[in-house]
Design a protein. Sequence first.
Length: 248
Amino acid sequence: MYYDFHTHIHQYEDNDPDLLQIEQHQIISIASSMDIESYTKTKTIARGNRFIVPTFGIHPFNADKGYVRQEIENLLDDSKIIGEIGLDYYWAKHICRKMQEELFEIFLEHCNSTNKYCIIHTKGAEKRVLDMLDNYPKAKPIIHWYHGPKKHYKRIIERNYKCTFGCELKYSRYIRKLVTYTPNELLLCETDNPESDTWLGGSRKDPLLIKDVLMEIAKAKKMDFEEVKTIINTNSKAILDECGIHPY
């Protein structure tokens, strides 16, 4: 059994044969959404696959879509984990920061009031995300694919936020350094499938890419593969158990 704590099932084509790997290899896939439409599609796909866990969120890339608060709030209780949410001041410079922050706050308010885990995007806005999280101490952040300044990552570790690492480990010495700096109890892994590896210059989009991610973590940590897999599985299962999610 494997755990992929950040993937985008809605981005696969309908009936993509790669998705068969999820059941074949028992890859529990935390399937983040980008907006309401992608959440709906993910839920539809998940009806036929017990290993897919849909999560509702609106990515900062979509902060300007004009969703009203009530539309969002109607779906929040439906999702036991929230994601993908956050801020992006690097790739989404064309989207008003205030608009991004107001959207992010809707989700943080919900997570704070319900003690929910939330999968957070931070690109170029690492300090602002951490500053905003100060106001929502009962939310439980999971920091997705961090690639910002180490000084802010130190704050993340000091706060005991869980962190996902993915296929950029194969390509980035800096990411490998971050994973060695991360305490084992905070480690999670992800693929960010199906677009992340190809975006980085690779060729993989299949769910079993998660095995390669585990291998890269093991190499960076100078640990045995099975030992790393046990750590990741233990951390991941503990979160899902806490959320009342049991796809096993």
